[in-house]
Design a protein around this ligand. Sequence first.
Ligand code: PLP
Ligand code: COI
Length: 348
Amino acid sequence: MTTAREMDNEIDWSSLTFDYTPADINLRCHYSDGKWGEIEATRSQEVALPIAATCLQYGQEVFEGLKIFCGKDGKVRAFRMADNARRIKESAEALIMEPVPEEMFCEMVKKIVKLNARFIPPYGTGASLYIRPLQLGISPQIAVRHSTEFVFIMMASPVGPYFREGFCPTPICVTRRFDRVAPCGTGRWKVGGNYAYSLTAGKMAHDLGYSSVLYLDPREKRFLDECGPANFFAIKGNTYITPKSDSILPSITNMSFMQLARDMGLTVEQRQILLDELDEVDEAAACGTAAVASPISRIDDLDTGRSFVISPDNTPGPITTELYHRLRAIQYGEAADIHGWTTVIDLD
Ligand code: PLP
Ligand code: COI
C-alpha cells in the first residue's frame, strides 16, 4: 500500500492500477438511537469496532463503488451516483440495516471529492477517483442477531484499469466447482460476504492464467450469471445480450451499456443465456464500474474442456469498442450527457 504522504506530488497517474492508494481524507457517519449523526472527516485509515460487532461476527456489511472523472472541460463529474445511493439502500435493507438516505450519500460523495481534490486524476490519464462507500453493523452480538447501530464509511482511491491488460481481450473460465452465491441468496445485492468465497475461485482462475471466473446460475448451472466482480454481455449480430438472473448484481455500467447499445440501433435482450449459446456470439465482455468494459478473448469450460473462442485475433470487437468509447466520452465530458448520468461536482 502506498501512503498518501509518499504519493505527494508524484502520482504517476497513467500507471495507476486498481491497487489501493489512500486519499487524504475519509468520511464516517454513525447511526444510533434511531438517527444518523454528524458526518466526520478523518485522516485515520483505521476503524475502531467492538470485537463482537455483527460485521465482524456475521458479515453484516454492504458496500458500493463509483467513479469520479476529471473532464476535458476541467469539470469534475460523478457517474450515476444516485443509482449507487439507491443500490446500497437496497443492499442494506436486505440485511436489515438502516438505509443511508440518498441525499446523505450524495452529500458525502461531494464532500469526499472536494476534500481529496488533489487525488482526482487529470484528464487524459485514463484514470479516475474511485469512491468506496461501505456500511457496517456495529452492535455487539454473540447471538446471530442483527445490529441496531451502524457506521457508514466513505473512502477514496485514485485508480487505473481493474484488469492489468486494460482494454485488451483476456481469457476467462467457467467452472461448476464454485458458486458465487446461492439461489435465493444475496447475489443481487452488494454484500461483502458474496466476495469471500470468490477469492478462492478468483485465485484458482488467476493461477491458471484467466482474468476471472464466469459463474453459472447456482440453481441449474446451465445459464450464464456474471464475471466475478462484473456483469457479462455479448454481441450477437446486431443484438446486445446480457444475462437476466436474480443471483447477479444489477450493474449500473451494464444498464448504461444497454442504453448506449439502443442509442446505436442495436436490439437489447436481457434474458437467460445458455452456456452453449457462447458458440454463436461475435463479441463478449465483462462490465462494471471497475472493469468498465473488459473484452473477453476466450471462455474455457474447465469441467468439459470445451473452449469458446470469441476473438481469434485477440482484438476487441467493434461494437464493444464503440460502447466503451461512448461511455468513457460521457464520463470524461467529451460527449453530451443526453441521459443525465453525470453530476458536476463544484470543488470550491
Ligand atoms: N457484479 C458484481 C458482482 C460487482 O461487484 C460489480 C461491481 O460493482 C458489478 C457486477 C458491476 O456493477 P456496477 O456496474 O454497478 O459497478
Ligand atoms: C466495482 O466495480 O465498483 C466493484 O465494486 C467491483 C469490485 C472491485 C468489487
